[in-house]
Design a protein around this ligand. Structure first.
Ligand code: ADP
Ligand code: ZN
Ligand code: ZN
Length: 826
């Protein structure tokens, strides 16, 4: 009988829309499984980690290379994941290799360019084999080296499997960009000093402490709490907890540390789980919460997705915690998605306290070793009856973890735009993808928010999603009072002081006098410049669309982002003929400086992207504020996320116009959401807070909706416009960005593509236009916008779009033009 030849089809992390076939020996065929990784050669010299998706004996028509290196005995990717990856690639029109690239942590996808270095903190608890040792020694002489370099320098033909096992033993690390390294938060723990060994040592210590009653008490309590003389002593105890329990002073502790009886150890919070028992019981829900929970479960009978629409501080998190507990008890996995900026230590501590080591956190700021560890914990959850990481709390990329048995996905703050990945491809939205992920697992999805996105709310109205509403805060605190501060009016009366209206300045002074706190909000996206008349507030608008025109510096004109309408930059105001026209936009830093002039004695801090670059800086700023050390906190969206500030009396929104006039069909929806979220920071426990909204457009309809909190009315108004102008939720959008370093070439290619697309049926094609930033990193880019009616099947249309792109790509000179597709852009 003829010997069969075995082949594997693999996914490679390259942006090509296909699987790749390699030959394998019978020996490897015996061991290989779908979902295991292999190292394959790609092109002449490059090597990649690939994942096996099929093992077979069908000889392909083309010449195949052989692969020798199987990296795993067991799959590292679950079968559910493949279906999910394939769905994502099809839906977002991208190569499945891009999805693989986004899904796997770097430690699981070594390639020729992967750079590694020795782990300087390695504790040698596992022996290295001879060959591992020689690679390790080689690396010790280097700062870092790529696998390619290791290959050639060690004269090993293929160092991948050695690197792999060194990684597994934690002896080496994947090199990461410095700024991405996660800086773990350190928490002090207490332990008995190892200098106290036997009973004699303790007797001497007690004798020495006879005259120092407090120190003796502290020593005794520590011994007691750690069960030090029992057969199963605890190693250490959280300092804060211990000090509170015994009402001890720092001085007492310091004396014992000086005497070398007690030691303080700093432990990373991410590593704390091992020491932390489940300390807190499940919350006792209020009647309102209990009812909401029951309603959610009722909705789940007929719906897979339920929207929990609850005002800020209504206690949604506690409801999630109960739902999580129900799932964990049933042996299911739970994924709890949060927008990146909401992943603060507050929520992490809260979940750790209830679920202990069952809770794991997956975050782009964690180092790669930690991410691989979580990956493996999730993967092995079922098999080893290992309940570590049964609950994952994570940002958008955690939807890629290899779940086997998911029961529930929580998407908190579902309206947040940071669920969408813009670059690189796949340009997915984790909220929407979570619905699909849930589908593959038969899991339920709960989306929570105080201000639903219109897309989600539309799904509720059309009966696709279930709906539960809570309109009461947990602590019976009234919603804050919202007042509008009319900037035009203040200017007329010559009362404007720098960026501030008298109303806002008075409120700040009053709060400071009362020793209450203030939050001042300024949207980051204020960088997007529009122009405005300084004397009357006039903003040039598009003739055809309901959006403000955008100032394009490069072309020195004003453009409509949507229909392409263009006018020259005006010299005078159309309304009042003033020449005092300014491009608008000022940042948090400027506001901070100005506030210092008016309130020289107040402590003012800033919370934004720039101020949170340093180690723990985000936590430090929040801590300072929540402990009352800061009087005024100036910040961007970062301040709107899930923070519990009890003493905040005033919230100021400096420039509502920047929110209202952002050139986007979603600007009103966003403005409403943001203003309500920011307002939610005011007066959470003690009394009613006040929100001051500064604007030139005091009679803008959105502001009256914000004051009344009337979501439904705003929603139905907006829906009408969306239908009229063919926007979501009635139409799907697909944006295509055409990029090239040469401006003419980018322009030509985009025109060629537009021409091709216009031949297609059942779609509306707009553009090409230059977007806000016509050139990014040397690339000129043009945008083509496609609208697809929801009544059309998107599958065929997306195929046609891809074909059109492919055709244009093959035109002469278009080889180096980049076409980036964004499905459901935000
Ligand atoms: P949301 O997520 O809706 O903004 P949270 O869940 O953060 O609201 O709750 C707001 C505040 O109320 C928090 O301080 C929380 O600890 C408290 N809280 C909510 N529900 C309960 C409960 N059942 N028992 C005790 N405290 C609760
Ligand atoms: Zn327009
Ligand atoms: Zn004017």
């Amino acid at each position: 009988m003829e010997k069969s030849v075995y082949y594997i089809d693999c996914i490679l992390p390259v942006p090509l829309n296909q699987y790749f076939t390699y030959r394998i020996s019978e020996k490897i065929a015996d061991k290989a499984k779908v979902g295991c990784r292999v190292i394959v050669q790609f092109g002449n010299r490059k090597y990649y980690t690939a994942i096996i998706i099929r093992i077979h004996t069908n000889k392909p028509e083309y010449e195949t290379k052989e692969t020798e290196t199987l990296l795993d005995d067991e799959p590292v990717v679950s079968l559910h994941s493949f279906s999910f990856w394939e769905w994502m690639a099809a839906y977002y029109c991208c190569p499945v290799g891009d999805v693989m690239n986004a899904a796997l942590p770097a430690g699981l996808k070594l390639e020729s360019h992967t750079s590694v270095h020795v782990n300087y903190d390695w504790i040698e608890n596992e022996r290295l084999s001879g060959i591992e040792e020689s690679v390790f020694l080689f690396l010790q002489g280097q700062e870092h080296a790529t696998i390619q370099q290791i290959n050639s320098l060690t004269k090993k033909t293929n160092a991948y499997s050695i690197i792999q096992s060194l990684l597994k033993k934690d002896a080496i690390r994947i090199e990461e960009k410095v700024e991405e390294k996660y800086q773990p938060k350190l928490v002090p723990y207490l332990k008995i000093s190892p200098t106290l060994v036997n009973e004699n040592d303790f007797d001497t210590a007690f004798e020495n402490l006879k005259k120092a009653k407090k120190q003796l008490n502290m020593m005794m309590l520590l011994i007691n709490e750690l069960h030090h003389f029992s057969s199963q002593p605890k190693e250490m105890i959280l300092k804060k907890e211990f000090m509170l329990k015994g009402h001890f002073s720092e001085g007492t502790l310091k004396n014992l540390i000086d005497k070398k009886y007690i030691e303080v150890v700093a432990v990373e919070t991410s590593r704390i789980n091992a020491h932390q028992q489940q300390t807190q019981k499940l919350p006792q829900l209020s009647q309102t919460q209990e009812e909401a929970l029951n309603l959610i479960y009722q909705e789940f009978i007929s719906k897979n997705v339920v929207l929990l629409h609850g005002v800020t501080a209504s206690g949604k998190t506690e409801i999630y915690i109960r739902m999580i507990a129900d799932q964990l008890r049933a042996g299911k996995q739970v994924l709890y998605l949060l927008p990146e900026i909401a992943l603060t230590s507050q929520i992490i501590d809260r979940l750790n306290a209830v679920f202990g080591e069952k809770a794991g956190i997956y975050h782009s700021k964690f180092n790669d070793a930690e991410r691989v560890e979580i990956w493996n914990n999730v993967l092995h959850f079922d098999k080893d009856e290992n309940t570590n990481c049964q609950l994952i709390l994570g940002a958008r990329s955690s939807i890629f973890l290899p779940f086997e048995n998911l029961g529930l996905i929580i998407v908190d703050e579902e309206n947040e735009t940071s669920y969408k990945q813009f670059d690189p491809s796949p340009r997915y939205n984790a909220r929407d993808s979570a619905v699909m992920l849930g589908h593959f697992h038969g899991a339920k999805i709960i989306m929570g928010t105080a201000t639903p996105s219109f897309d989600t709310f539309y799904n509720v109205q059309s009966g696709k999603y279930g709906y539960v509403h809570i309109n009461k805060r947990y602590y019976d605190v009234a919603q804050p009072e919202i007042v509008i501060a009319d900037i035009s009016d203040a200017i007329k009366r010559r009362q404007m002081k720098s960026l501030f209206t008298p109303i806002l300045l008075n409120e700040i002074s009053a709060a400071l006098k009362n020793e209450e706190q203030i939050i001042i909000f300024q949207n980051r996206r204020g960088f997007s410049p529009y122009i405005q008349c300084r004397s009357c507030g006039w903003i040039p608008m598009c003739k055809h669309c309901d959006v403000s025109l955008t100032y394009h510096k490069l072309q020195n004109n004003l453009q409509c982002h949507y229909c392409g309408y263009t006018v020259r930059l005006p010299n005078t105001c159309e309304k009042c003929q003033s020449t005092d026209i300014q491009s608008k936009g000022f940042g948090t830093e400027k506001i901070e400086d100005e506030l210092k002039i008016f309130f020289p004695n107040a402590t003012i801090e800033r919370l934004d992207h720039d101020s949170t670059q340093g180690k723990h800086s985000h936590e430090k700023i929040l801590h300072k504020f929540s402990t009352g050390k800061t009087n005024i906190l100036v910040g961007t969206q970062m301040i709107t996320k899930g923070l519990d500030f009890e003493n905040v009396r005033v919230v100021g929104i400096i420039d509502a116009d920047a929110l209202l006039n952002y050139p986007d069909f979603r600007s009103h929806e966003r403005a409403f959401q943001l203003m309500l979220q920011v307002s939610g920071r005011a007066g959470r426990k003690k009394g009613r807070g006040k929100v001051v909204i500064q604007t030139y457009q005091a009679s803008h309809p959105i502001l009256s909706h914000v004051i009344s909190g009337d979501f439904n009315h705003l929603f139905s108004n907006t829906l009408h416009e969306r239908k009229l102008f063919q926007y979501p939720p009635f139409f799907r959008l697909v944006y295509i960005t055409v990029k090239h370093k040469n401006r003419d070439r980018a322009q030509l290619a985009s025109q060629q593509l537009t021409l091709e697309l216009k031949k297609l049926e059942n779609i509306v094609v707009l553009g090409p236009e230059y977007p806000l930033l016509a050139r990014i990193q040397q690339y000129y880019q043009l945008m083509i916008r496609i609208k697809i009616s929801k009544s059309q099947s998107p599958v065929q249309i997306k195929c046609n779009i891809l074909q059109a792109i492919d055709k244009v790509k093959h035109y002469e000179q278009n080889g180096s033009v980049v076409f980036a597709i964004d499905v459901d852009p935000l």
